[in-house]
Design a protein around this ligand. Structure first.
Ligand SMILES: *Cc1c(COP(=O)(O)O)cnc(C)c1O
Length: 359
């Protein structure tokens, strides 16, 4: 059982969908499937009034790269809000493409300060877009994306949210709508398989994509959007991954949509965290700022990450290492994907056994 923050466990229905057969992306069947995914996705994520889907074959980083390079006009800059690996990646993407970057670098264990965003926007009038990660999967930290969005939009900058590990997991509504560009992936909270990601763009974002200079052949948001509006596709998509994505969207919709899915993630987080506290484990992030899906825990003395990982894996559970400076002191548990509460109970039991054996 995978307790990693993507790839996340998938249902039998999603796995079966992969076997629908060999399709050609130039035929009308694929065109209909793509159209269905594009509309069903915004509907299930409750942004259909404001946002349009651009699908891209590639992992979540592909969607982020498409969004970032399509959102900054020539001679302007990006403000990257950074308090973890994924915020750093946003800045890296811009730099590689020769886009000037201003950064707000905050602590990995605290939400970003929206006032720092306001100050940066005042200090640098060349900022054309602000990008922020909703759920920093690095640590399991939630950023105040709605406050940052209000400030970004009041300055006239385009607002990009990396919601890749937040869509269908964290509360939606106000904060989602504050973003002109929302990036997500088929896997993680949507419970499809990895290989397709998406950019949800509102009308301001779409205008901007047309104004930004071409920076990539493969990751041009404007070109993808035009092709997908016509019912076509530019390059060979991950067709079978689209089958699975559509099945996952249907499943999400039939099981009560994002409200029910988010509540389910909340229950899972409560279950594992009360288990962690019974076992005396300490959580890196303060309770008020924790996501619904990732918990970073300090590794107790006397135990290495490798030993903990291997003992849990022998019991059927795959945990995830800490990132960067946290790789030796912490481990991560993600309750993402098609998991039952009973599975999580068994995980806590097994974790307890391992801790007792090595303490
Ligand atoms: C998973 C993730 C990504 C994308 O990672 P890929 O490996 O490219 O799918 C980006 N941002 C966040 C916050 C993520 O959790």
């Amino acid at each position: 059982m995978l307790l990693s923050p993507g790839p996340a466990a998938t249902s039998d229905r999603v796995k079966q969908a992969l076997l629908r057969g060999d399709w050609c992306h130039r035929e009308k069947e694929f065109s209909a499937l793509q159209a269905a995914i594009r509309t069903d996705l915004t509907r299930v994520l409750e942004v259909e009034q404001t946002h349009e889907t651009i699908l891209v074959t590639g992992s979540g980083t592909a969607a982020m790269e498409m969004a970032v390079i399509g959102s900054v006009r020539a001679g302007r800059s990006l403000l990257a809000v950074r308090n973890g690996v994924y915020g750093d990646r946003i800045a890296q993407i811009a730099e590689v493409h020769g886009i000037r970057v201003h950064s707000i670098c905050g602590s990995w264990t605290h939400p970003v300060d929206p006032e720092a965003v306001r100050a940066a926007l005042r200090a640098h009038p060349d900022i054309d877009a602000v990008a922020c990660v909703q759920h920093e999967t690095t640590t399991g930290l939630i950023n105040p994306v709605d406050c940052v969005g209000e400030i970004a939009r009041s300055s006239g900058a385009l607002y990009i949210v990396d919601a890749i590990s937040a869509t269908a997991i964290e509360q939606v509504g106000h904060d989602m709508l504050a973003a002109n560009v929302i990036c997500g992936t088929a896997n993680k909270g949507i419970h499809g398989v990895p290989g397709i990601s998406f950019v949800l763009a509102d009308s301001s974002a779409i205008s901007r994509f047309r104004e930004a200079p071409p920076r990539s052949v493969y990751l041009s948001a404007a070109a993808y959007l035009d092709a997908q509006r016509r019912g076509t596709v530019l390059y060979t998509p991950a067709i079978q991954v689209c089958f699975a994505l559509h099945a996952a969207i249907e499943e999400l919709s039939e099981t009560g949509g994002v409200q029910a899915r988010t509540a389910q993630y909340r229950r899972r987080a409560d279950l594992v965290r009360s288990g962690f506290s019974r076992l005396g484990l300490s959580i890196l992030i303060d309770a008020a700022n924790r996501s619904n899906s990732v918990t970073t825990l300090r590794i107790p003395g006397g135990l290495s990450y490798e030993r903990l990982h291997d003992e849990l894996r022998a019991g059927g559970f795959v945990i995830y290492a800490g990132q960067g400076d946290l790789s030796t002191s912490c481990f991560r548990v993600a309750t993402m994907g098609d998991l039952s509460l009973a599975t999580l109970d068994r995980f806590i039991e097994r974790l307890g056994d391992v801790l007792r054996r090595y303490s």
